[in-house]
Design a protein around this ligand. Structure first.
Ligand SMILES: [Zn+2]
Length: 291
């Protein structure tokens, strides 16, 4: 996927980081290697690096241009945050991609965060004269209010996660008066709206986009890899509530299976966008949409 067109809307990917990342065994505590091998033999080869045994995981932002707005969905890890390994990968490709998309910081009207994890809110802020300030001076930032409150509370206890993530990436946006703290039924207009898919984080949401009779859904971290479409029960080591995460995955997949709803998972490598199909009961398929 470079740019996807849906009716009057275009969606462009800005990649921060790409390539082999983790083994399925390290990511999914309930992983069954034999079952996994069978799934991987069948999945598109772009999702797995056989040489290293690692899943290919991309970090990216989607730029959504509607007739009314220029929107970013999820903002990667950002720059100057001094995160520990492995989150210390180079950040420059994102800025180059942002410029290549023809964008300046002041062009962005809205920033949506599917959730407030380290790799989804990084470019929300940048360091200017020693202070974290909103990167996009004209933008309203849409945060789920209970997601925001949960990470505020976790920060107050010194928990890691979130470490400094909330303090650097979320609080300065609220202090600048640029945040919209919303519920999980938030609707921006007849083109863009949220639906709740909690579990991976306290109030994880999907961002729906509709134009010209076509729907696309940015699914954030509802799934990190196509293996979790094949087996939605494979929760991750990063899930806030693993049972709720599995429930959200199953019900979302069932709701879009065998429809023409385009799926945009943040961590799926190019071409990223795809369709979900049913595969008898509790399992599903993921087919990349090419061209
Ligand atoms: Zn993520």
């Amino acid at each position: 996927m470079r740019t996807l067109e849906i009716g009057d809307v275009t969606i462009t990917s800005i990649v921060e980081r790409d390539g082999p990342w983790r083994t399925p065994e390290a990511m999914f505590p309930a992983y069954d290697p034999e079952q996994g091998r069978a799934f991987l033999a069948d999945l598109d080869p772009v999702v797995f690096d056989a040489a290293s045994g690692k899943m290919v995981i991309t970090y990216q932002t989607f730029v959504v241009r509607t007739p009314k707005h220029t929107i970013l969905v999820d903002t990667c890890t950002g720059e100057d945050k001094n995160y520990a390994a492995p989150m210390d990968f180079p950040k420059q490709p994102w800025l180059d991609g942002f410029a290549a998309a023809g964008l300046r910081f002041e062009d962005i009207d809205y920033v949506f965060c599917t959730h407030l994890h380290i790799d989804h809110c990084g470019w929300n802020t940048r360091l200017v004269n020693g202070r974290w300030v909103p990167t996009f001076p004209r933008a309203k930032y849409v945060f789920h209010k209970r997601e925001y409150a949960a990470w505020e509370a976790a920060t107050a206890t010194g928990a890691n996660p979130p470490g400094e993530v909330w303090r650097m990436n979320c609080l300065p946006v609220v202090e600048a008066g640029q945040a919209l703290l919303v519920d999980d039924d938030f609707t921006l207009d007849d083109t863009v709206w949220l639906t709740p898919t909690p579990g991976h984080s306290p109030c994880h949401c999907c961002v729906n986009i509709k134009s010209g009779g076509q729907r696309a859904v940015v699914t954030g971290d509802l799934m990190h890899h196509a293996l979790q479409v094949r087996e939605p029960g494979w929760f991750t080591i990063f899930d806030w509530d693993k049972d709720e995460a599995v429930r959200s995955r199953r019900s979302f997949f069932a709701s879009v299976a065998d429809t023409n709803t385009l799926i945009l998972p943040i961590h799926f490598p190019a071409p990223t966008v795809g369709l979900i199909g049913s595969d008898g009961g509790a399992r599903f398929t993921y087919r990349f949409k090419r061209g």
